[in-house]
Design a protein around this ligand. Structure first.
Ligand code: E4P
Length: 216
């Protein structure tokens, strides 16, 4: 399973990348706004900076919701760097646009996916990634991991090549559950990635080894 970091914060991207386990980055308008990135030039420059930091796919989301607007925006984003993946919402014009991008050699990530039916449409349109939002599903008292497993089963049975990018991760346990359920990629906040490091027995064991090392 690939690890992406789900942020537009450059310090956090650097910290995850320095760990040596980072395969890519996802952003969305909320994450960009949180970093105070405003205006077309600043947005383009921010994506360029991320692409120069991380050697992997970088998802950049369009704001338009009509076919022509999505295509125009997506072309500009894709021109920033070969690693840009155009993130397109799961709406009717979005599906049409994903098919257009696929036919024209531009990689896409179909976002805001909450059902297996939507995941099938994204795969049919040729999306490189499909992003089921498992945390938001959990927030509404459904089981997000079940959806990841269902999509993984369908894609395997049907031979779809679209990669399942588990999004809206809320915890380290979510990452483990996504790996079990067959996600191809997990995009995670930095805290959830670092949380994977932790186990109290590791801390206790290390303290004992260090204590005993003094006797050597
Ligand atoms: C990433 O591609 C998604 O936009 C992101 O994971 C959504 O996360 P949230 O539900 O925590 O906003």
């Amino acid at each position: 399973m690939k690890f992406f970091i789900d942020t537009a914060n450059l310090a956090q991207i650097k910290e995850a990348n320095d760990l040596g386990i980072l395969d890519g980055v996802t952003t969305n308008p909320s994450l960009m706004a949180k970093e105070g990135v405003k205006g077309t030039d600043a947005i383009m420059n921010h994506y360029k900076t991320i692409c120069e930091m991380v050697n992997g796919d970088i998802s950049a989301e369009v704001f338009s919701t009509d076919f022509d607007g999505i295509i125009a925006e997506g072309k500009k984003l894709a021109a920033i760097h070969p690693n840009i993946v155009v993130k397109v919402p799961m709406i009717k014009d979005g599906v049409k646009a994903i098919k257009w991008f696929t036919d024209n050699g531009i990689k896409t990530n179909c976002t805001l996916v909450f059902s297996a039916g939507q995941a099938i449409l994204a795969a049919k349109a040729g999306a490189k990634y499909v992003s089921p939002f498992l945390g938001r599903i959990d927030d509404s008292n459904w089981d997000g991991v079940d959806l990841i497993a269902q999509i993984a089963h369908i894609y395997s049975v049907q031979g779809f090549e679209t990669e399942i990018l588990a999004a809206s991760i809320r915890s380290s346990l979510h990452i483990v559950k996504c790996a079990e359920a067959g996600a191809d990629v997990c995009t995670c906040p930095l805290d959830s990635i670092l949380g994977l490091l932790k186990h109290p027995l590791t801390d206790i064991g290390l303290a004992k080894f260090l204590e005993d090392a003094k006797k050597m």
